[in-house]
Ligand binder design. Structure first.
Ligand SMILES: NC(=O)c1ccc[n+]([C@@H]2O[C@H](COP(=O)([O-])OP(=O)(O)OC[C@H]3O[C@@H](n4cnc5c(N)ncnc54)[C@H](OP(=O)(O)O)[C@@H]3O)[C@@H](O)[C@H]2O)c1
Length: 344
């Protein structure tokens, strides 16, 4: 079997570490692996399949000299903007988890279960593929099912996003603030704009003049691009909640045609990447605690919306592990499709 020269930029971070563990779990065919991080990690090592791999500090000279087949970027938009084009020019397929290139018209923005057909197969030339935002990735497979069956007219999403969405430093802030609140000390916010422990914050990323946050705009614009529906009527409020892993979303959809809920349930359970978890009378519905560490996107609380007797509105609750399917796993699945494996 052919093996590939792989690199991970941001290998010391929350997504980078999860990505390494998924590459190992899924036996990705690797000839050699290079782990990049910043100057802060000079001299550090990161474990990959039982071995300690030394960190290479990323710089323009190291990027220009390097020759990789596939490079995963998990280090934020500034690092991607500066270095991803260098690796792509030298022939690597770059799978970028940041927002740097997502909305560029010639960069495919891919959730494999939804629009994997956009990926070029093989490694003949270098190019960039963008991985969507975590809250977008878990939403679009469900929206695609709705659209295919009943025609999507409009969508309203409220997100409940865990602190790991802000990376390792977000996880550490919730740990620190929880201890501070329990010991009656003041919990000073550093990463999030307000105290996140024992609180919810309707503010993720910067505000735009129209009152929407950058996170809300990402979900709206990326969903339109991935679904190929540039005029989709979609609205969003993005909220940070004090959970460590797993994002949840309340999704209200209005459809062109009346919804048959049983048909919808069957389609969700048959859609690759989605899992039905919907039996409220037996307390069966997904929560972030259930889905942490799991691959699927879980859908539950499916019911008709109360407005209108024509049954064209449906409510659902969609939950996934933001570090896994929301970032690292989606990137590995893209790489698997690029090297010609079937989606699994
Ligand atoms: N967390 C999520 O739910 C999620 C979901 C989807 C997408 N993403 C995206 O994934 C990326 C990584 O997020 P994360 O949550 O893993 O962040 P994180 O935990 O803060 O990790 C950031 C990583 O980037 C590295 N880095 C920073 N500056 C660098 C530089 N100049 N050169 C090389 N490496 C550098 C850091 O290395 P040092 O340790 O050396 O500083 C660290 O390994 C971001 O683009 C984020 O938007 C995250």
């Amino acid at each position: 079997m052919k093996k590939y020269r792989i690199a991970v930029v941001g290998a010391t971070g929350a997504v980078g570490r999860e990505l390494l563990s998924i590459l190992g779990e899924r036996h990705f065919p690797i000839a050699d692996i290079t782990l990049y991080a910043s100057e802060n990690s000079r001299g550090a090592t990161v474990e990959y399949r039982g071995s300690e791999v030394p960190i290479t500090v990323l710089s323009e000279p190291t990027a220009k000299e390097a020759r990789h087949d596939i490079v995963f970027f998990c280090a934020g938009a500034l690092v991607s903007s500066r270095f991803a084009p260098i690796f792509a020019r030298h022939g690597a397929v770059v799978i970028d988890k940041s927002s740097a290139f997502r909305m560029e018209p010639d960069v495919p923005l891919v959730v494999p279960e939804v629009n994997g057909h956009l990926l070029k197969k093989g490694l003949a030339e270098g190019y960039i593929v963008a991985n969507p935002n975590c809250s977008t990735i878990q939403l679009v497979p469900y929206l695609q099912v709705l659209d295919d069956l009943f025609g999507l007219r409009s969508v309203v999403v409220s997100t409940y996003q865990s602190v790991s969405g802000a990376g390792q430093k977000g996880i550490e802030e919730l740990q620190r603030q929880t201890a501070e609140v329990f010991s009656c000390r003041s919990a000073v916010p550093e990463v999030f704009p307000q105290r996140v422990a024992f609180n919810v914050i309707p503010h993720i990323d910067k505000f735009h003049p129209d009152g929407y946050t950058e996170e809300e705009k990402k979900l709206i614009n990326e969903s339109r691009k991935i679904l190929g529906k540039p005029d989709l009527d979609i609205d969003c409020t993005a909220v940070r909640v004090p959970t460590f892993y797993g994002h949840a979303e309340s999704v209200t959809a209005d459809l062109e045609r009346p919804v048959d809920i049983e048909r919808l349930r069957v389609a969700i359970s048959e859609k690759r990447g989605l899992a039905l978890m919907d039996d409220p009378e037996k307390l069966v519905y997904p929560t972030p605690a259930d889905v942490a560490g799991r691959d699927a996107i879980f859908v539950g609380r499916i019911r008709y919306g109360r407005s209108g007797a024509d049954r064209t509105r449906v409510q659902a609750w969609v939950v996934a592990d933001n570090i896994r399917k929301g970032a690292a796993l989606n990137g590995v699945q893209i790489a698997e499709m690029v090297i010609g494996k079937e989606l699994a």
